[in-house]
Design a protein around this ligand. Structure first.
Ligand code: CMP
Length: 138
């Protein structure tokens, strides 16, 4: 059924000038862009976004990377948007991502992997509300 997911174009892809390419692929793949915001995260904001990973060894590096420059936060809508967006992104590690996926094309490493997408309905709900208020998501 029609579903929404939360997506991020990460600082590496924004800095590399790939925002437009990624937005074009999003629309070409039938996603509706419900909301979009370009912003630079503070350390506290990035830590809050990734709080589920706070015990992981890569947490500090991940937060540093996510705050190094602007990101684009998005709400995307499509039939089964959560798995559909994860499929378009490809595997977390660009080296393992399928040809044609966003991370294969625009990612450089497991950390600098160009895009983020929610992995389930509950995380999509949390992440969407973390970045967008009710009026911005109508
Ligand atoms: P993302 O989908 O944004 O969710 C958490 C992120 O942590 C993930 O993408 C990766 O970019 C990052 N990540 C996962 N595993 C590692 C790792 N082993 N080293 C560095 N970063 C990682």
């Amino acid at each position: 059924s029609l579903q929404r997911t939360f997506a991020v174009i990460k600082p590496d892809a924004v800095a590399d000038g790939n925002t437009g390419n990624i937005l074009a692929e999003i629309e070409a793949n039938g996603f509706k862009i419900v909301a979009m915001k370009k912003m630079q995260l503070t350390q506290a904001q990035a830590e809050g976004f990734y709080h589920v990973h706070k015990e992981r060894p890569f947490f500090g590096e991940l937060v540093t990377f996510m705050t190094e420059g602007p990101i684009v936060a998005l709400i995307l809508e499509k039939e089964d948007a959560i798995p559909a967006w994860r499929k378009l992104m490809g595997a977390t590690n660009p080296e393992q991502a399928e040809e044609g996926t966003l991370r294969k094309k625009y990612g450089a490493s497991i950390e600098r992997n160009a895009t983020h997408g929610s992995d389930a309905e509950e995380t999509a709900a949390f992440e969407t509300r973390y970045f967008f208020n009710a009026m911005e998501t109508v």
